[in-house]
Design a protein around this ligand. Structure first.
Ligand SMILES: [Zn+2]
Length: 452
């Protein structure tokens, strides 16, 4: 049974009927509308700064225990989320973060700082951006208005490519390896050198990109202000039928051409079998000159044809071309790869053939099994080799210290010597095992004779 964590306590001597006090210091998320709402990840990073802690530490010490109880591993996986965008998304994880932070701050509006309100309205596909992006001019506005720099929720949406306020393209934040960059960073601050990102170059966006960003911001506003309208009846099919009749005299093919999508794709949407993703809903609304909410709710509003100037984005670009070759050619190449040992595992073979792993598995299940077994054996051998090379260093230090000191060295002495020489650190259990092995080697008759 997990112990209940007391999140809210009254200081001693306070009247019992005093209002509850939050565990975290008070901080309000910034922004007032769809274009300027702060996202939850940015809010949490600013909250950590207010508590003079790194976000990870605050997440590990205060948020993770509320979500995952006492398991160290579970708490670490929750805390690791704090630098990414996933807490802004629509998954269970985002739900858990919102609940935990709501309990700790006693705020009830934090779900509006995520994409959770969109969860039942649009498909999850291509909803949350995979990378953190920002508008340098928005940061500059923050600085000029003497408020903290913060990230807008709108930038977390994958389909938004530009800032609707400044009409410039969003800039991607470079990702860093765990040992690179500064460990503590706030929104708007470069993790590399700690300078303000407001100084970054801003590239002008096209009118289309800015307009689509604005339309997405309006959708967020609509959903925030009238959540009850979106509770049921979210099906774009009636709107599409209406648009085909109004704009193209009932000819679906012409409408599909106008949108720049295939007829099959459009027919899936109009039949209601497939729900268009947010980027596609945006494209439909833009091409019909109406709001995204109108498409989602099937509103019969005034429509006009608006042509797309740039080709519609390919949502799932094909990255591999190998499968275009005839099957027998691929099978011969695969056989040669397996025989020659050129691939150590399935992924490597798939890369060599320029096909996906799924395709390769289907192409030749027998060869795939061989590659999988080879991969497993390869991984096992690498683990053994790594362990043995770590032990070799341990034993080297152990033997050298034993010669120098004339008696059996302690584990700590060996650890310090190895760390000084190689920078290798040993875990407790590993060091314990290695010490036993090293002592057993030292106690062999040939080694004791040498020592004498
Ligand atoms: Zn901006």
């Amino acid at each position: 049974m997990t112990e209940k964590i007391a999140l809210v306590e009254l200081p001693g001597g306070w009247p019992k009927d005093a209002p509850p006090r939050s565990a975290f210091l008070g901080l309000a998320p910034l922004g007032v509308g769809g274009e300027s709402f702060e996202d939850l990840a940015s809010y949490f990073r600013r909250l950590a700064e207010l508590h003079l802690m790194r976000p990870w530490t605050l997440a590990m010490r205060a948020v993770a225990p509320v979500i995952s109880g006492k398991s160290e591993r579970g708490r670490r996986s929750i805390a690791d989320v704090c630098y990414g965008l996933s807490m802004n998304g629509v998954t269970k994880l985002a739900d858990q973060w919102v609940d935990a932070l709501s309990q700790l701050t006693l705020r009830n509006d934090l779900h509006l700082r995520t994409l959770l309100p969109l969860r039942d309205i649009v498909p999850r596909y291509k909803l949350l951006s995979q990378t953190e992006r920002y508008c340098p001019l928005c940061y500059l506005d923050d600085e000029n208005n003497k408020r903290p720099k913060y990230n807008r929720l709108l930038w977390s949406l994958d389909c938004v490519k530009a800032c609707p306020v400044h009409n410039v393209l969003l800039v991607e934040v470079r990702s860093f390896a765990s040992n690179e960059g500064r460990p503590f960073f706030l929104p708007g601050i470069s993790r590399l050198d700690g300078t303000s990102l407001a100084a970054a170059n801003a590239t002008p966006a096209t009118d289309e990109q800015s307009c689509m960003a604005r339309m997405t911001a309006h959708l967020l506003d609509d959903i925030h202000h009238h959540p009850e309208v979106f509770e049921s009846n979210c099906s774009p099919a009636p709107f599409l039928k209406f648009a085909i009749n109004k704009l193209f005299a009932g000819v679906a093919m012409n409408f599909a051409q106008h949108l720049g999508v295939g007829k099959g794709e459009l027919s899936g949407w109009t039949s209601g079998d497939v729900r268009p993703s947010l980027p596609r809903l945006l494209q439909i609304a833009y091409c019909c000159g109406c709001a995204v909410s109108d498409v989602i709710l099937g509103n019969k509003v005034m429509l006009r044809r608006v042509a797309l100037l740039s080709p519609p984005p390919v949502l799932a670009p094909k990255r591999r071309n190998g499968a275009k070759r005839p099957t027998d050619v691929l099978l011969t190449e695969l056989e040669a790869i397996v025989k020659s040992g050129a691939a150590r595992h399935g992924k490597q073979a798939a890369d060599l053939l320029d096909v996906s792993q799924k395709y390769l598995k289907k192409l030749s299940p027998t060869s795939w099994d061989v590659l999988v077994q080879r991969g497993a054996e390869d991984r096992r051998m690498r683990t053994v080799n790594r362990r043995e090379s770590r032990f070799a260093e341990f034993n080297r230090s152990h033997a050298a210290l034993a010669r120098k000191m004339g008696l059996t060295p302690t584990r700590r002495d060996v650890h310090e010597d190895v760390f000084r020489r190689t920078g290798i650190r040993y875990r407790f259990v590993e060091g314990h095992d290695f010490l036993h092995r090293a002592r057993a080697i030292a106690a062999r008759p040939e080694n004791t004779r040498k020592a004498r």
